[in-house]
Structure formats: C-alpha cells, structure tokens
Design a protein around this ligand. Sequence first.
Ligand SMILES: C=C(O[C@H]1C=CC=C(C(=O)O)[C@@H]1O)C(=O)O
Length: 463
Amino acid sequence: MNRPQYSSAEKQDNSRYIAYRFYTETIEVNRMSALAFFEAGESFYKGKRFFWQNPEKTFTLVGLGHAHVLTGANHQGRFEDVKSNWQSLCKQIVNEEHFIEPILFGGFSFDPLNKSKSIWREFPEAYFAVPTFQLVIKNDRAYISIHLITKKEDTFPEFEALRKERDKLIHAAQVSEPLTYKKPEVTGREELKKASYLSSIDKVTGVIKAKQADKVVIARVLRLDFDKSLSASSALYQVSKEQPESFLFGLEAEEQFFFGATPERLVKVEDRQALSTCLAGSTPRGKTVEKDNELGNELLNDRKNRSEHQYVVDMISKVFAAHCREQFVPKKPKLMKVRDIQHLYTPVEGELKQGSNLIDLVRDLHPTPALGGEPRQSALSLIRQYETMNRGFYAAPIGWIDAKGDGEFAVAIRSALLDGKEAYLYAGGGIVEDSTPESEYAETWVKFRPMLRALGGQLSDES
Ligand SMILES: C=C(O[C@H]1C=CC=C(C(=O)O)[C@@H]1O)C(=O)O
C-alpha cells in the first residue's frame, strides 16, 4: 500500500524549510442531500470519502478526495502525532477569513498492540484526512469548501480547476434523482469463531472471579456474503433509513468501507465545553409500551448492569477531572432508547482547562470501560488473549476536529467493515463476574441488529 506517512506542516526539503500552504475557500450553496453529494464523488473520489451526521441532525459532514492524509504507525504517539500535525497544518492556513473551518476527519484503531491477523488491511493505527471538497450542513444551511494543501507557490491554475470540479459535484448532487437503493441480497452468513467466543466468556468470568480484572468487554464477528459488491453510498443510504437516531458515520480507505450507526458519543468539544456519554448496560426494546417500560425499569434497577455502567462513569469522570475546570456528572443513569436496544446512559460535562484539547480527551478516554474494561491495561491484555480477532476500527474513536479545535468523536460500535462482496459486523458486551455465555451471546444479536437491518441480513430469533 502506497500511503504517505505522517506528514508535518513543515518539512526539510533540500536543506531548507519549505512550508505547506493551506488554502481554503468556502461558498454557501442551496441545501442539498448529503448522501447525493457523497454519491457524486463515486467516479473520481471513491476510496477517499467520508460521511458523518450527528444524532440531532444538526451537523452533517461529507468529504470527497484527500487534500492531505495523516496516517500513523507509531502506536505510542499516534494521538499526539495527529494532534500536533493538525495544529501545524492549521497554522499554515492562508486565508484568515474563512467562515467555515477546515475539518480533519478520521479514526484510530482499537488496539495497535493486538497482533492477531487482521482483515483491516487499508486501515492503519490512525487514519485521518483533510478533504479536498468538504460539505458542511449546519443550522439548515449548506457550505462547500475547497481545500488545497501544497508547497507550490503558484496555485492559481490548480485552484481554478478545483472550482470547476466543485461546481460539477454540486450540480450532480442537486440534479440527481432522490437516492433509492434496494436492500442488498445476503447469500451467506457465518458466525466467525462462535465456539471460541462462547468459551472466552467462561474464561473471562473465571479471571474476573479470581480478581484479576473487574470488567472486560468481549466482542465477536459475523460475516455476511453478497452476490455482488455493495457500494458505500448504498450502505449509508440503508443505515440512514434504518437508524435515524444515532451518529451515522462512514470512512472509506481504498476499497474498504467502515460504517455504522452508533448511539455512543466518546466526546464532543464546542467552544471549550466538553461533553461525553457513559453508555453501558443494555436490554432489548419491548414489543409494547408496557413491556418496553418494564424492561427499562428492570435495567435501571439491575445490579449487574448498574455495576457495568458505574465503571464507565467513574473512569470518564476521572479523565474529565484531569482536563476540565468544572465537571457535572448526574448521580444516576437515565435510559437511552434507540430502535433496537435501550442502554443506561449518563452524560458528563465540563469546561476544558487551558492546555487541554479534544484529542487529549480522545487519547485519555479511549477505550472507556464500555469497550475495554476495568482496569484498562488488564482488560486490554485479556481481550488480546481471549478475543481471538482484531477489532480494527470497531469500538474505537471516529470523528472530526476543526481548525479551531471544536469537534466530536463517537465510539465506532454498531458498525461493519464492507470489503467487496463481504461485510464483517461487530458486536460485544461488558463481562462482569456474573455474566453468562448464553445471555451475552443473545445480547450480541441485539447489537448486530442495526447493521443486519441495513445490510438485509435476517435478524436472529435468538435475540
Ligand atoms: C460493545 C458494544 O456495546 C457497548 C456499549 C454499550 C453497551 C454495552 C453493554 O451493555 O455491554 C457495551 O459496553 C457493542 O455494541 O458492540
């Protein structure tokens, strides 16, 4: 794979420093379908696109093409590298007056120290891009920015060509028929390493009983086969129809596409106000209002789920205490109800201290005990030992940061990796002392549902 390594905004070139220049130009356009804009990039920017929409639908982001890529293979410093390279790049922004900030979008892998065989061949430990064309829809208004990051002095012809290209993309997105795609046809399904998943739950509960850890999140993979390759646009279309109340995300890396509909915010920063969400402890939705409320109340009062949840609240509160001046943590969780599942949910808020930024929070929060466990390091080594797979970008931070430092990262759960005619779906759950393989297995079926619905897979009766 021929991908640039970490690139900093200033590099030594012929023994003198030549700075990158970061040109950005934004126009406001008539509101258009973000998916249609994503689709408009199919011919020329395939493999270099991303999509993001927050659950409130107040912020939608699409990127086409790469003005600059930051990737990483330096697991110890991957967060720092992304942070400092982005800050250096932002210092090179030429146009002081830009009413829409340029955005860096991407994610990190779950655990770079996991050396299990990986199907995530196009996704390095950190993979971020500044798009060439950036669509932002916020407050019901749409903006398209062109980004050009170059060392060249004379960029006028290049920029003119990009303006023409931008206008073609806008036109294509605006005049296209409303997107509709048929549900894909699943031709096969395999629960990968099911037996070892079930026995890992037994082993991990044993380790927890022996007091070597308090909580460990164990996940598994389901593979779906199709008769033809699915397009990234059709996958996003299906997921946006099926899961409107979650974060929707999609990240292309050459011919692989990682996408999902996650209810879990890792952290958001806006004007130095930080917000995180503790989400752990789950039960299915009931078929009737009465049953739904009954299940919800049971969850709120269930000792096992409350203890799983509390580990997350304690850890996130600790990280916020280190990075925020004041923090606000409600004493008791509430319920978050999404289409297929209800969770215990506690929001944590604070105001960033001088010197801390969004990427520092991402670095220190990942993985929370909702995806790793408690204590973190023991949980991670137990996951490496027992999970027998490589999570890639599943359960890891995915999101964006702008040139001002505002941004938002979600936890990439309820997600799948599309790879040609195959899709790999991921789901896991928090294991504590009294977890059982049967109930954990059933819970993973509930967590597979968002992606099964999107990809046309049969929902299991076991859930
Ligand atoms: C690991 C997953 O969910 C986590 C997030 C919310 C609730 C969870 C739970 O109840 O176990 C998990 O910690 C997943 O969806 O794959």
